[in-house]
Design a binder for this molecule. Structure first.
Ligand SMILES: Cc1ncc(COP(=O)(O)O)c(C=O)c1O
Length: 321
């Protein structure tokens, strides 16, 4: 991305960046458009600043690609920004250049800035990551990135946001963010020095991480699709898989009930999909495939046994009328 360091603000993780940028953007009743499902703080902070979170559909059968028509139909006079999360948490979807251009075009037509969260940018398995700010010609883009995933400095709390574009809209937004930066004084300086060392140091370790994660992704995807009552699309990036649990609505009332029962009976913790979007995330669950395959194997064995047991109980109910 063609920007200078003057256009970069260092934050204590992307999380702080999300809070600042939404604080600067959202007035009561304003709408922020983000992918459904999404990383939950986008929903929480929009609500916190008295805005209305609005999700656009991402399509499971198409690898959770954004539904461009749905995005377009959800723009209203109250929309203040479009959020892109690429690669996506919790679906692992990676957007191609065409999708991003279409989203930028919609933003351009409606004079909206795009917030592009790219924290998993280097963690893609087949597709190349494409930068939103790089593709944008005249749509203002606020890029959000950090050190928590690729550099595994999660607890050190270091991230950054950058502003690409020109015009009053972006200047105002940036001023709103800078005011908040002045209140919190600065991001932890020793950690900033560590972050610079991470960026300046050798990067060949990233390939090792991606290779290990690809193996864990493949293993998780295969195991999940072998379990009756569960199906999952193959994630293309990040380290999450977002399977559909088919018997939610019948055997379990909600995805929350499913994950709580699984936790209580097996000790395996996964996260309910509706927490990532009440509409497009429901009936799903998010699984993190960071652990080595041996650990994943143990967890998937528990999940498989759990599902078999529930299916048996289900059949006996049917059998006894
Ligand atoms: C899409 C996305 N953005 C941001 C974050 C948080 O990043 P940070 O640790 O830099 O606050 C996460 C963490 O899970 C994430 O999935």
């Amino acid at each position: 991305v063609d920007i200078t360091s003057n256009n970069v603000i260092v934050t204590e993780g992307i999380s702080e960046g999300i809070e600042m940028v939404l604080a600067a953007l959202v007035e009561k009743g304003d709408e922020i458009l983000f992918p459904g499902p999404t990383y939950p703080p986008y929903i929480s902070y929009t609500k916190f600043f008295e805005g209305t979170p609005v999700s656009y559909e991402t399509i499971e059968d198409e690898g959770w690609a954004p539904n461009i028509d749905d995005l377009r139909s959800k723009i209203s006079p109250k929309t203040r920004a479009i959020v892109i999360t690429n690669p996506n948490n919790p679906t692992g979807s990676v957007y191609n250049g065409k999708m991003i251009k279409e989203m930028l075009d919609i933003a351009g037509e409606h004079d909206l800035p795009v917030l592009s969260d790219e924290i998993y940018d280097q963690l893609t398995y087949e597709k190349e990551f494409v930068s939103t700010a790089n593709l944008s010609k005249d749509v203002p883009v606020v890029g959000l990135n950090g050190f928590s995933k690729v550099y595994q400095m999660t607890g050190w709390r270091l991230g950054y946001m950058y502003f690409k574009g020109e015009g009053k809209q972006l200047d105002d937004l940036r001023m709103g963010v800078e005011k908040q930066c002045r209140i919190r004084l600065c991001a932890n300086t020793p950690v900033q020095i560590a972050g610079a060392a991470a960026l300046d140091g050798p990067q060949d370790f990233v390939k090792g991480i991606v290779d290990r994660l690809r193996e864990r992704r493949d293993y998780s995807w295969e195991r999940l699709n072998e379990i009756e009552g569960i199906s999952a699309t193959k994630p293309e990036g990040a380290f999450y898989i977002f399977p559909k649990i088919h018997d939610i609505g019948t055997r379990w009332k909600t995805d929350m009930e499913f994950v709580v029962e699984l936790l209580k009976e097996t000790g395996v913790l996964i996260v309910n999909g509706s927490g990532f979007d009440p509409v497009y995330g429901k009936d799903h669950a998010r699984i993190v495939f960071l652990p080595p395959c041996e650990e994943l194997e143990e967890a998937f064995n528990c999940l498989e046994q759990f599902m078999k047991k529930k299916q048996k109980t289900g059949h006996s109910h049917v059998g006894h009328g």
